[in-house]
Design a protein around this ligand. Sequence first.
Ligand code: F6P
Length: 347
Amino acid sequence: MAKYKKSTRKIGILTAGGDCPGINAAIRAVGKTAITEYGMEVFGISSGFLGLIEKDYSRLEESQLSGILTFGGTILGTSREKPYKKDNSGEGKPDKPKLIKRHYQEMELDGLVCIGGNGTMRTAALLAEEGLNVIGLPKTIDNDVWGTDVTFGFDSAVWIATDAIDRLHTTANSHKRIMVIELMGHHAGWLSLFSGIAGGGDVILIPEIPFKEEIVARYLLKRAKNKKPYSIVVVAEGIPKPKGISAAHYISQSIQKYTGLETRETILGYIQRGGSPSPMDRILATRYGAHAVELIASNQFGLMVASRNGKITSFPLNEAGNKLKTVPTDFPLIDKARKMGISFGDK
Ligand code: F6P
């Protein structure tokens, strides 16, 4: 058995917010680097910040980290617990951040790795201000975390969504139909933009580009008139739409109303969040996780790990604030798509 360098350092890992493929790869990278390279003790905290509030955690041995690289989801579980969110029934309830700080101290942690999206990074930044040694790792299928070029989970979701769009082409062609597919992404259009292009979408509607129903209809009628047997419309869940209906239903109803063309809708939903991570997500999660431990080992805290121009770096968590990374309207891929005749419903 390899003798690890002994260190008195103890680090905790938690996973919070929506799950995605690659989280276990990140947990594995943090754990293996900490244990193997630095001889640290590693603790897995259950269900995101809830686990810190309830002091629900357990020691992670190196053996428990083997075999999880390819597992989707998170072995620690997750929650959308927001410790700083004021709820009106707060009277008399113990202050959650105070509980977290106390349990962090009772666990004698020297560092805490928080794996999550925007909300998690905001909570991590606030805990860092309270003196906890925190490192944030950005994950989400939405790729909307400010400050990093890409989050792990995104590449896997693009693969899943692209496969789904590929499948829609064959059935749309058989029936000469318009196929509308709604993808996740929260308030950002990254997943729909990338998957729409990868999947050969004809129309791509994202929150960042205001569209007009009539323009979409006119584009689809023109395709039909030019003997295009079918069309694929990729819609981000976050586009402006009437209350109470899905983006997919809104757009498919609109297309049928304005064009009379036979239209069907698919909401891909949580499939995009499931299953084994893509190789690139495994690599990105591994790079992020290892870098987090190197920061801890060199006593650097209050940072979010990020990838910028292909390099792994980090920056102060409080720099992100409430900023969301949405698709810039001058993003080069949009211009390339337009030049190929893809419509964004705006002209
Ligand atoms: O943030 C990831 C995400 O899948 C979004 O794309 C989606 O809008 C949201 O989570 C769904 O949230 P929940 O998992 O709480 O239903």
